[in-house]
Design a protein around this ligand. Structure first.
Ligand SMILES: Nc1ncnc2c1ncn2[C@@H]1O[C@H](COP(=O)(O)OP(=O)(O)OP(=O)(O)O)[C@@H](O)[C@H]1O
Length: 289
C-alpha cells in the first residue's frame, strides 16, 4: 500500500519543549491513532504536518510530495478537525458551509447535507449557539464533505457524548472502506482506538516511543498479577515494570519473556492501550522504530 503521510526526523524546539526526531508514516487504507500524555507533543506534531508551524529540521511528505511550504495545494486533499473554534460564529451552519464550499474544488453539498442529517446538525442554527460537541460535529461534517483523501484530527472526540462518539467511529470506519483514504487522529480516549485504529503512534516528551500495528502492540505485552509470594518468580523474567498492590503485585512485561512463567497463582492478562501508555511512559521503555 502506498504511503500517504510520512514524517522524517522532524524537530521543533520551543522554550521548555522540543519535538525530537519525530519519524513515522501512514499508508492509504488505514486509521492511525496518535496518543500521548498532556503536553507530549501531539498538537505540535499535527501543526507541523499542516504547516501551521515550521519544523526546525526534518521533512514531511503528504501524498508523496514534500509538504513544507507547499501545503496550500495539498490542503484540498486533506480534511482537518481541530478542538477549537474555526467557524464564523455569527453565521448559521448552512451559512458557514456556503462560505467554506468555494475553497474546496471537490465540495459536495449533498454529502454535507447528508452528514448534517446523520449528525443531527441544525442547518439554521447560528454556530455561536451550538454546544461544543455540536461544533465538533460540524467540523467533522465539513472535513468529510470535500472528498478528502487524508483526514487529520486533533482530539475529535473530546466533548462528544458516548453515543455520538460511537457514531463518529462508525463514520470513520465507513470512510476508510475507500482504500485510497487514510485517517490520522489524536485522542486521549484510548478505548476508542482499540475499536478502530489499525496503527498506534505513541509520543512521549516529544519523542516517538512506538508506531506499530494495534493488534501487534496489544499482543506484545502482558499484565501479570499475583500474590507477594510469586514476586520473585516474576522478577526473574526482568519485567518492564512491577508495583505492589493491596493484594500482591502487578507487573508489566513482554509477552515473550512471560511465556516461561508457570505459577498457578498468577493471572496473565492482555493490557489495554492505556496500560501500555502508562507503563512505557513511566519507564521510558518504548521501542523507537
Ligand atoms: N507556540 C508555542 N510556544 C511555546 N511552547 C509551546 C507552543 N505550542 C506548544 N508549546 C508547548 O509544547 C508542549 C507540547 O504541547 P502540545 O500542545 O503539542 O501537546 P499535546 O500532546 O497536544 O497535549 P494535550 O494532550 O494536552 O493537548 C507543551 O509543553 C506546550 O506548552
Amino acid at each position: 500500500m502506498e504511503t500517504i503521510m510520512e514524517l522524517n526526523h522532524v524537530c521543533k524546539t520551543f522554550k521548555g519543549f522540543a519535538l525530537k526526531d519525530v519519524s513515522f508514516s501512514l499508508k492509504k487504507g488505514f486509521i492511525m491513532g496518535f496518543i500521548g500524555a498532556n503536553g507530549a507533543g501531539k498538537s505540535t506534531t499535527i501543526r507541523c504536518i499542516l504547516d501551521l508551524i515550521h519544523p526546525n529540521s526534518g521533512e514531511i511528505f503528504l501524498f508523496g510530495e514534500k509538504a513544507n511550504g507547499n501545503l496550500q495545494a495539498l490542503k484540498q486533499r486533506i480534511g482537518f478537525v481541530f478542538d477549537q473554534d474555526v467557524f464564523f460564529s455569527a453565521l448559521t451552519v448552512a451559512g458557514n458551509a456556503r462560505v467554506i464550499a468555494p475553497f474546496y474544488k471537490n465540495w459536495d453539498q449533498a454529502a454535507f447535507r447528508n452528514y448534517c442529517e446523520r449528525f443531527d446538525l441544525p442547518l439554521d442554527k447560528k454556530v455561536k449557539d451550538l454546544s461544543k460537541g455540536t461544533k465538533m460535529k460540524l467540523a467533522l461534517a465539513v472535513a468529510l464533505s470535500h472528498h478528502a483523501e487524508l483526514i487529520i484530527m486533533d482530539e475529535p472526540t473530546s466533548g462528544l457524548d458516548p453515543i455520538f462518539r460511537k457514531e463518529l467511529l462508525d463514520s470513520l470506519l465507513d470512510v476508510i472502506q475507500d482504500e485510497n483514504k487514510a485517517i490520522f487522529f489524536s485522542t486521549h480516549l484510548t478505548a476508542d482506538l482499540e475499536k478502530v485504529a489499525d496503527y498506534i503512534t505513541f509520543i512521549h516528551n516529544g519523542e516517538i516511543m512506538l508506531s506499530e500495528e494495534t493488534d501487534q502492540l496489544l499482543e506484545r505485552y502482558v499484565l501479570i498479577r499475583g500474590p507477594k509470594a510469586s514476586m520473585t518468580a516474576v522478577q526473574a523474567i526482568t519485567p518492564i515494570a512491577m508495583k505492589q498492590t493491596a493484594f500482591g503485585f502487578e507487573s508489566f512485561a513482554e509477552s515473550v519473556s512471560a511465556r516461561t512463567l508457570h505459577a498457578a497463582d498468577l493471572a496473565l492478562e492482555r493490557p489495554t492501550l492505556e496500560d501500555i501508555m502508562y507503563y512505557l511512559g513511566k519507564t521510558g521503555r518504548g521501542q523507537v522504530k
